[in-house]
Design a protein around this ligand. Structure first.
Ligand code: GLU
Length: 924
């Protein structure tokens, strides 16, 4: 048993020895003269297999490299036949399409494995061919995914040759008249690409997919930079996977968004270990290499895809040979191209390669059932100031997987997420010298850069930059125009135009978000809310009117009172006549008088009601129930009226009313004396221009017909209001008015707001950083920073609060009344007294006239006597003037009754009628 076992082992070993691979296995490589790096990798890979006995334990490979010319099919075929004559187990290369096809057909015939590492558009499932380059169809999907992820709705494809166009076929297919706009341009062949690049620049395109060979990539980028197609708003997707091997330093600081794909991960430990091995091998001279190869000095940043794939191809081949060796009795065979014959192990070997999987310099190498490389992983990289930075990966099964998203919703950590993308950006920010949003900073030393400016807008950008981490450079909009659309030409001007023409990235000032502007630019959320109002000179205090004591009651009330007074007086007169109680005995000593007297003559009625209205009363008092009732009601009426009057009078006399000729926009529109205007090409002017409301339309017509009413800045408008002595009103935004009235005490806001809107930070349409900026504005609002900045720039800095004392002066303690407040009362007094004087004289004249008619005495002598008596100024008795026969009667009475008694006797009637005499006491 023991012996039999031993015999089996010996036989097995003999059998194994007899089936083993030959000691040296030649493999052929076809390289063009320029493909030194591939040749080097080919040799290094062979060396690696020979030195690492775990790959191919019992044999060694020998590298048979041949240099071929690019399109020389004949010489390539000869070289291949030579190699086959040497009994090579496989052929690697070449990279040119035409010669490669020749090699493929020979290998197919001879059944010798042919391994390619080139991009081959027409990759097909060849019998003896295996290509390690990722399949073009799979690669094309990466670019489509990137364009979609970057949300490009419009882009230009720049390609070098027809292959490139085919390579991007999938990308071109996404063109859709309603969706994606794709422009295709080919690079000029002469090496001067500026013409085409300038053309692209002029077209305003900012999104570019660039497909060109590694050899010209640097030059194309350089020329793009020269023509100005590499500004911070330009975005590139570079399809060449060797992007990392060119010098990107000149392009990494301009802020251009350059995205690329990498098949080789320069940070992969395997890549670094392999390259270190290469360097070590070259240093120690363990492998015989041409001098030219030794100077190549390949590092992870110069390792091209072709080089890595060549290395990987030989590694795969070595492993497949080992597998083949384990399953078959492999013999090499020298083949002659001129005779029929093939290598019987060729098929098996290529199939072993197809089903095997390994990790190489180009990542995991795996083939699908068609024999195409699949499941490869590409790194998505972005050029930053630090160089290429990985921002995600792409693989054929899962597609794009970005570690940071290009856009998204505002959520927690949203700002942090965008900080990364904005960190290295430097924005050119437009602002205007419009207080308090932007000022030139006062300084005794010469300032430069952003230090030259200060203001609300400058501070706001600074705060946002702290949140998002971007850099910025301020630029002034010198003409101060914010932007309006010329409806005739369809052209924008001002800041909006600057943004559209890529001369600036952001614009901040008192820039209103309007519907029109939203069509041409994007805005952040509003950082301030406002409306249009009127700035006008402060209303002056109205001098109190002379008859301000009448103010407590309106004119109608006074009229009604007068009517009530007359009405009640007449009523009283009539009621007293009706009421029997009002008819009294005029001489109580006569018990049965012949006549009864009524005290409420019309005169007395009027006197009674006026006496009670004036709260003075009179000697007359009603007796009848009805008259007392009228009197009571009248007193009640006067009580309420007088109390109301008194209560209101105090307020009217002390409160000074302000007079302004305009109180609102309607008032402005109605008149022509006060001119009014707004800032030229501003949103306020646009509001009136576009309004459908008739008043505003009329106002706009007025402004258009008087173009001098427009100003170039708010400051100019404010100055006009101040200096026009009430002849100009400026239509301005409320926040700016707020700022002005804090500092200019002789102007104020008139009326309310005509509309409601907001200021926002403007940027180009479809800017990727809009959400981030909006989120930052929101954040600053929530933490109260915006409010603090407003207080700082409105109320504190640059003369804020200058008019606060002024405002408080008007209100507060009551001041004493001056003559103007009560002058009217004096006027009434004087008027009343003067009238009384006139009436007194009229009474006298009347009386004298009556007497002179009655007594038939001369009027003028009588009046002279009376006037003389008046101006004698003493004596309270005067003789009654009588006619001559009365005088005689008097003297008879004197004679009869004695002089003393006669002196005490007066005629019964005041007119000294001849009916009798009454003793004086009775009358008193
Ligand atoms: N904020 C205005 C604008 O954005 C400028 C001032 C105005 O028109 O009143 O155009």
């Amino acid at each position: 048993m023991k012996y039999s076992c031993f015999a089996v082992i010996i036989l097995g070993l003999i059998a194994q020895w007899s089936l083993a691979l030959p000691d040296t296995i030649p493999i052929g490589g076809l390289f063009e003269a320029s493909e030194e790096a591939e040749l080097l990798a080919f040799r290094h890979s062979v060396n690696k297999i020979n030195s690492d006995r775990s790959i191919l334990p019992k044999s060694k490979l020998t590298a048979k490299a041949e240099i071929v010319t690019k399109h020389d099919s004949f010489s390539v075929a000869n070289k291949v036949c030579q190699l086959l004559g040497m009994g090579v187990a496989g052929i690697f290369g070449p990279s040119s399409e035409t010669t490669s096809e020749d090699v493929e057909s020979i290998c197919d015939t001879m059944e010798v494995p042919h391994v390619e590492t080139r991009w081959d558009l027409y990759q097909r499932r060849g019998t003896m061919l295996l290509n390690l380059y990722p399949h073009p169809a799979a690669l094309a999907r990466v670019y489509v995914d990137l364009v979609k992820a970057w949300r490009w709705k419009q882009f230009t494809v720049i390609y070098e040759d027809d292959d490139g166009l085919v390579r991007l076929g999938e990308l071109l297919k996404i063109y859709d008249p309603k969706g994606y706009t794709v422009t295709v341009r080919q690079l000029d062949q002469e090496g001067n690409y500026r013409y085409i690049l300038r053309k692209i620049k002029r077209s305003g395109e900012t999104n570019i997919v660039l497909d060109c060979s590694t050899e010209i990539l640097y030059e194309v980028l350089k020329q793009a930079q020269q023509v100005g197609l590499m500004a911070s708003h330009h975005n590139y997707i570079i399809t060449n996977p060797d992007l990392h091997t060119i010098d990107l330093e000149p392009f990494q600081y301009g802020g251009t968004n350059i995205t690329g794909v990498q098949l080789i991960d320069p940070d992969d430990p395997l890549v670094n270990a392999t390259l270190a091995e290469w360097a070590e091998t070259e240093r120690t001279g363990r492998v015989r290499m041409d001098e030219s190869l030794l100077t190549l000095n390949i590092t992870s940043t110069t390792l091209r895809v072709g080089t890595a794939l060549m290395y990987d191809a030989v590694q795969m081949f070595g492993r497949a040979l080992h597998q083949l060796d384990s399953s078959q009795n492999v013999r090499l065979r020298a083949l002659d191209c001129n005779t029929e014959g093939n290598w019987e192990h060729g098929f098996s070997l290529i199939n072993f390669m197809r089903v095997s999987e390994m990790k190489g310099l180009s990542g995991v190498i795996h083939f699908d059932n068609q024999g195409f490389r699949t499941n490869f992983v590409l790194n998505i990289v972005e050029l930053t100031e630090q160089g290429l930075n990985q921002i995600g990966t792409w693989n054929s099964s899962e597609g794009l997987n970005l570690t940071r998203s290009h856009s998204g919703s505002i959520g927690s950590g949203y700002i942090t997420e965008h900080m990364e993308s904005l960190q290295n950006k430097t924005f050119i920010i437009l602002t205007a010298l419009s207080p308090p949003y932007g000022y030139l900073r006062h300084s005794s030393t010469k300032l430069s850069g952003n230090d030259r400016f200060e203001g609300f807008g400058i501070d706001l950008i600074h705060e946002i930059s702290l949140l998002l981490g971007f850099n910025y450079t301020f630029r002034i909009q010198h003409d101060g125009v914010y932007g309006s659309l010329n409806r005739k030409t369809g052209q924008w001007n001002g800041m909006i135009r600057e943004l559209m023409d890529y001369r600036a990235d952001l614009a901040i000032t008192d820039l209103t978000i309007t519907y029109d502007r939203e069509g041409a630019a994007d805005f952040t959320m509003p950082f301030m809310n406002l409306g249009i109002s009127i700035l006008y000179k402060k209303p002056t205090k109205e001098p109190p009117s002379l008859f301000s004591f009448l103010s407590p009651f309106s004119r109608e009330v006074w009229m009604y009172m007068l009517a009530a007074y007359l009405g009640v007086s007449i009523l009283l007169f009539f009621m007293a006549r009706i009421s029997p109680a009002e008819w009294n005995n005029p001489y109580p000593c006569i018990e049965e008088p012949d006549t009864l007297e009524n005290q409420f003559s019309l005169k007395n009625s009027l006197w009674f009601t006026i006496g009670s209205l004036m709260q003075q009363g009179s000697e007359i008092a009603p007796i009848g129930v009805s008259t007392r009732m009228v009197a009571g009601i009248w007193w009640f009426f006067t009580l309420i009226m007088v109390s109301s009057y008194t209560a209101n009078l105090a307020a009217f006399l002390t409160v000074e009313s302000m007079s302004t000729p305009i109180k609102n926009a309607e008032d402005l529109a109605k008149q022509n004396v006060i001119k009014y205007g707004a800032k030229r090409d501003g949103s306020t002017a646009a509001f009136f221009r576009d309004s459908n409301y008739s008043t505003y339309q009329r106002m706009w017509e007025f402004m258009v017909n008087n173009p001098d009413v427009f100003t170039s800045s708010n400051d100019e408008g404010v100055n006009r209001v101040k200096n026009s002595n009430g002849k100009y009103a400026f239509l301005m935004e409320s926040t700016s008015i707020e700022y002005v009235v804090e500092r200019e005490c002789d102007v104020s806001q008139v009326g309310g707001l005509l509309d409601a809107k907001g200021y926002g930070i403007a940027m180009r349409k479809d800017s990727s950083y809009r959400n981030a900026l909006s989120a930052a504005v929101l954040k600053l609002q929530e933490v109260g920073k915006l409010y603090a900045l407003k207080v700082k720039w409105w109320k504190e800095k640059r003369g804020g609060g200058a008019c606060r004392d002024d405002a408080s002066k008007g209100s507060g303690a009551a001041s004493e009344l001056g003559l103007p407040n009560v002058g009217g009362v004096f006027v009434v007094l004087i008027g009343g007294v003067a009238l009384a004087c006139v009436i007194a004289w009229l009474e006298l004249f009347w009386k004298v006239a009556m007497n002179s008619i009655k007594n038939k005495t001369p009027f003028w002598s009588e009046i002279k006597e009376e006037i003389k008596f008046v101006f004698k100024c003493h004596g309270s008795t005067k003789p009654v003037r009588k006619k001559e026969d009365e005088k005689e009667e008097k003297s008879v009475a004197e004679e009869e009754l004695g002089e003393e008694v006669a002196a005490d006797i007066v005629p019964l009637s005041p007119y000294a009628t001849p009916y009798g005499y009454v003793k004086k006491e009775r009358m008193t």
